[in-house]
Design a protein around this ligand. Sequence first.
Ligand code: ZN
Length: 139
Amino acid sequence: MKSYRKELWFNTQSRRAFINITSQVEEALRESGIKEGLCLVNAMHITASVFINDDESGLHKDYDKWLEKLAPHEPVNQYQHNDTGEDNADAHMKRQIMGREVVVAVTNSELDFGTWEQIFYGEFDGKRKKRVLIKIIGE
Ligand code: ZN
């Protein structure tokens, strides 16, 4: 069995962002040389997500609005977590809802997606360097 590991780095200019990382995951799959197997992609931070959905900008604005309604950033003193001196309790909650990782089947050297599926990095506490892990195993 072969295995391949790669990290992607991000440093978003805004506090929150959604970034389509599908082509970077496909590049990692090409580099791995793996034809049949599984591809795991996960955020390496507890205030960021990796998820699969549609690459439609209206939907991404809807997500942001929905997440802000569920866990508003302000006022930061509404969260006990922020008593530690941090201001990112909302980002921990947003990450929990949007998920830590995705696993995609690798079939015939390609990511075996359903219709319209794309892989996204979801940033909820940005403006600093953060990373995503790609791990691919198979033959
Ligand atoms: Zn925190």
